[in-house]
Design a protein around this ligand. Sequence first.
Ligand code: NAD
Ligand code: MN
Length: 479
Amino acid sequence: MFEYAPAPESRDVVDIRPSYGLFINGEWADALGDAREKTINPASEEVLAEFAVASEADVDRAVSAARKAYDAVWGQMPGRERAKYLFRIARIIQERARELAVLESLDNGKPIRESRDVDLPLVAAHFFYYAGWADKLGYAGLGADPRPLGVAAQVIPWNFPLLMLAWKIAPALACGNTVVLKPAETTPLTALAFAEICRQADLPPGVVNIVTGAGETGQALVNHPDVNKVAFTGSTEVGRLIARSVAGSGKKLTLELGGKAANIVFDDAALDQAVEGIVNGIFFNQGHVCCAGSRLLVQESIEGELLDALKRRLSTLRMGDPLDKNTDIGAINSSAQLAKIKELSDAGESEGAARWSASCPIPEKGFWFPPTLFTGVAQSHRIAREEIFGPVLSVLTFRTPAEAVEKANNSPYGLSAGVWTEKGSRILWMADKLRAGVVWANTFNKFDPTSPFGGYKESGYGREGGRHGLEAYLDVRPM
Ligand code: NAD
Ligand code: MN
């Protein structure tokens, strides 16, 4: 057995200021009030920076800046001109990818291997992709001359901070809207770095505004009367509140909420590949993934063999310093999220499921949870129904394809699903019956800007990504 030597990525590439204001009308501005919050590195609990908490009045300043920029500049600009800015932003992101990846891993706790190889390439790809649409909106199948909506209010979560920003901002700008975006309170730093990138790209002032703060700031933003579009990604609970408050206001709304995806493995699947897909499905980003494959449905005849192979594989995962290039599992994003994962895992045990965790050393500081799986899970158990949003897999079994479909669809959510089988006909049969926005076949957690993403049922409505993602940011009322 060879030991791994430490392989830390250097922190020197990032320059974190001790304190941040709001980004309004292309300038850094102090918040009107004194309220401030801190963001920490969840792997060490070290304070990284302080940031302003935007009040209703601050949000109003940001929305007016966005309105002015929309009326005077961005809403009038030909698509081919808007595209130039988006291409420029995409290229700057690529140039600064290493810095942004380190910053993301510091603030969020995700392994550098993921922020470097998954998040950042996808962030740049989203801006490149939607830049290409900006002058072709008339060919998107949404009418000959689709119009922008106006000012978009966007609220995003902490699990993919910069990627969720890209999913929201790139299509909004490509379609001619201006934006006020609120990042999550535990991970504001890459959004604040993005504000700098907007300046670097000479984006006209007010086209992108970034306001920081927690739930109250988000509420003030989505409820602002001069906003035309609301886009939210986060918990189903908050999504419900937003849907209620936006109802009847005429604001266009898209919601991307939770999930409890089934990852279904048939007895004819290539087992080693399926094991990798299960690991990627639930342990990618510590399981802080709305489309995570958190319910493994395995055909009964191969349960023993598959679980042996899976446990062997999980025992090789390395948990620890997110900036170490050999790290597979980073830190849980916050103590609150860790408490939620512990609570649900304890409920799994008390309801009768059997817990197994990989035995990996837990660092002293920070928030950690080892890769864990539960067997003997019943469909009624909380760990089979509720989103844990952590590195915890619930294992259930099935005998027939029909039973697999029934169990997979037995969920209030419907964001994604995975199917592992050698038979193409079975993949198509299953994909047709699974009530999920995305169905992956013999793979999992694959993302691409050209591919639409979104949910059924309590996972939300509207699509992000691809040609479909344009519709959320355009006025497509029939003439
Ligand atoms: P959350 O929904 O509370 O937060 C998401 C974003 O919404 C944050 O920016 C937050 O500040 C903002 N927000 C909170 N309350 C708001 C309100 N009333 N109006 C407007 N904006 C508001 O999510 P959380 O508390 O960070 O996480 C709780 C659970 O949500 C997690 O355990 C997980 O199950 C789920 N979650 C899902 C996703 C996803 O990608 N679908 C992302 C994060 C969390
Ligand atoms: Mn943080």
